[in-house]
Design a protein around this ligand. Structure first.
Ligand code: C2O
Ligand code: CU
Length: 464
C-alpha cells in the first residue's frame, strides 16, 4: 500500500496527500480562525480491492477529505451536491448548533445545488475525532454504503504535547462494501435492510488489508472510525493490547488497556499501541460478533451479516525501526466532570414491529416524523435516559449536539463523553445527558443506518 495515503506527521506537519484538498497543517495554539473547506458529493469510479467500483464520494476521494480545526474556529463548508439525488451533511459528534446553516440535519440539498454550512466551534470544545456523513432521511444507509463519510479532527492540548505530536498517527476509517461484478453497489433486499446491510468487502481508508508501520520501541497512535452502515468491528491486534486514550469525541480521564476493541457504527476510538515486540508482522483481526442474536436463525437463506469462525484481516502492521520513544503515557489525560444525578428520567424503547410497512423500526412505538417533537427538554438541564432494547437485535444509540455519560448499575458515571452507545439485544443502558448551550431541534436514532431510515429516530427539542 501507499503509505503516503495515511496521515503521517513529520516535523509537526499533518500530511495526508489523499485528503490534501481541505486538510491543512496542524496548527498549535493560535488565534481562532475560519477553516474553509469545499466538499462536493458526486458519483465516482474508484478502484476497490483491485476492481472498479462506482461509489459516491466527497471530492472524488474515499473516504472524503479530512478537515482539521481547533476549538474556537469556525468551519465554513461550501457543499455542492453533484449527485443525482438529494443529500445533506451531518457533523457527527460536534457540539455545535443544530439550527440554521450549522449542524442542521433537517436541511436538504437538491441535486446540483450549493449550500454553505457554517459551524462556530465553541472555545471549550473537546479535541477528538468527529465525522461528516449524509443524513437524508430514507437514504442515509444507501448513501453511506456507497462511501460518503469523512473525518473532522479537532486538535487540542493533548495533540500539542511533544511526545504525542511526534508519535506517528494513522486515521483508520472502516467502511464495508457490497459490490456486484459490474462494479455497482448491490442494493439489499427487505430482510437485509431489517438486519442492517453489510458488505463482504472490509476497507480501511478505501483499501483492503493495508500494510501499516508500527514503531518499534515506540508508540503508534491509531484513530479509528466505524463509518459502516451496520457492521460491528471487534478488533484485536496480534501480540499487542491497545491503550485507549479517547472514545468518540474526546479523551478519557485515564488511559486504560484492552485486548479487544468493539467499534459499533458511528463510534470512534483513539488508541496507542506499544511497539515492544521483536520485528514481525501482526494482523489486525475482526473477530466474530453476533449482533442479531436469536433473529439470525430466524432470518435464513443467506449468511449475510453472520460471521464465520474465520476472522477477517482488517490491516497488517509491520515493525519499522525508529529511535526509541517509549515515553510514559500520562495517567491523567483530561479532567472529566461527572454529571450529577438529575430529577428527570425518561425511557426510550426500541421496537421492531414486523407487522408495519417497511419493518416498523420504532422508538417508543413511533416511526420517525420530521414534523413531530418527541421529547422536549429544558436548556441547561441534566436528564437520565433509559434506553431499553427488548428487540432481538443490538441497536447502537446516537444523539446529535450533546454528548452523554454512561451510568452503570451502581449509579456511577463513566468518566468519558460519548455520542454512541451500544444497547445490546434484551438489555437496557442508562445515559446521562446535559442539554447545554444550544436550543433547537436535534435527532436521536439507531446508528444502524437502515434502522434509522426505517423509522428508528426521534426528535428532541431543547428550549429555555
Ligand atoms: Cu452519525 Cu444522526 O448520525
Ligand atoms: Cu437498530
Amino acid at each position: 500500500m501507499d503509505r503516503r495515503q495515511f496521515l503521517i506527521r513529520a516535523g509537526g506537519m499533518a500530511l495526508y496527500p489523499a485528503w490534501e484538498t481541505t486538510a491543512r497543517a496542524q496548527r498549535s495554539n493560535s488565534e481562532p480562525s475560519v477553516v474553509e473547506a469545499a466538499l462536493e458529493s458526486r458519483e465516482t469510479w474508484v478502484t476497490l480491492a483491485g476492481r472498479p467500483a462506482q461509489l459516491y464520494t466527497y471530492n472524488g476521494q474515499l473516504p472524503g477529505p479530512r478537515i482539521e480545526a481547533r476549538a474556537g474556529d469556525t468551519l465554513r463548508i461550501s457543499f455542492r451536491n453533484s449527485l443525482s439525488e438529494m443529500t445533506n451533511l451531518h457533523y457527527h459528534g460536534l457540539h455545535v448548533s443544530p439550527g440554521g446553516n450549522a449542524d442542521n440535519s433537517f436541511l436538504e440539498v437538491p441535486s446540483g445545488e450549493l449550500l454553505i454550512y457554517e459551524l462556530p466551534i465553541p472555545r471549550t470544545h473537546p479535541s477528538g475525532m468527529f465525522w461528516y456523513h449524509p443524513h437524508m432521511h430514507g437514504s442515509v444507509a444507501r448513501q453511506v454504503s456507497r462511501g460518503l463519510a469523512g473525518v473532522i479532527l479537532i486538535r487540542g492540548e493533548f495533540d500539542d504535547q511533544p511526545d504525542v505530536r511526534n508519535t506517528p498517527e494513522f486515521l483508520m476509517v472502516l467502511q464495508d462494501f457490497d459490490i456486484a461484478s459490474d462494479g455497482l453497489v448491490n442494493e439489499p433486499n427487505v430482510s437485509e435492510k431489517a438486519r442492517g446491510r453489510e458488505g463482504p468487502l472490509v476497507t480501511v481508508n478505501g483499501e483492503t488489508n493495508p500494510r501499516l508501520p508500527l514503531v518499534r520501541n515506540g508508540w503508534t497512535r491509531l484513530r479509528l472510525l466505524n463509518a459502516s452502515p451496520s457492521r460491528f468491528y471487534r478488533l484485536r491486534l496480534e501480540g499487542h493490547p491497545f491503550v485507549i486514550v479517547g472514545v468518540d469525541g474526546g479523551l478519557v480521564e485515564a488511559p486504560f488497556e484492552a485486548e479487544e476493541l468493539l467499534l459499533v457504527p458511528g463510534q470512534r476510538l483513539d488508541v496507542f499501541v506499544r511497539g515492544d515486540s521483536p520485528f514481525g508482522n501482526f494482523r489486525l483481526l475482526n473477530l466474530p460478533y453476533d449482533r442479531i442474536g436469536a433473529m439470525g436463525g430466524g432470518m435464513t437463506g443467506s449468511t449475510f451479516g453472520l460471521k464465520t469462525a474465520e476472522p477477517d484481516v482488517v490491516a497488517t502492521f509491520e515493525y519499522t525501526d525508529a529511535p526509541p520513544a517509549l515515553w510514559a503515557m500520562p495517567n491523567r489525560l483530561a479532567p472529566i466532570e461527572r454529571l450529577s444525578s438529575p430529577g428527570i428520567r425518561r425511557t426510550f424503547r426500541f421496537g421492531m414491529g414486523m407487522g408495519m410497512a417497511g419493518g416498523g423500526f420504532t422508538i417508543n412505538g413511533r416511526l420517525f416524523d420530521p414534523k413531530r417533537m418527541d421529547t422536549r427538554v429544558e436548556l441547561g438541564s441534566i436528564e437520565d435516559w433509559d434506553l431499553v432494547n427488548r428487540s432481538g437485535m443490538d441497536h447502537p444509540f446516537h444523539i446529535h449536539t450533546n454528548a452523554f455519560q454512561i451510568v452503570s448499575g451502581n449509579g456511577e458515571v463513566e468518566p468519558a463523553w460519548r455520542d454512541v452507545v451500544l444497547v445490546p439485544a434484551g438489555r437496557s443502558v442508562r445515559i446521562r445527558l446535559r442539554f447545554s448551550d444550544y436550543s433547537g431541534r436535534a435527532m436521536y436514532h439507531c446508528h444502524i443506518l437502515d434502522h434509522e431510515d426505517l423509522g428508528m429516530m426521534g426528535i428532541v427539542e431543547m428550549a429555555p
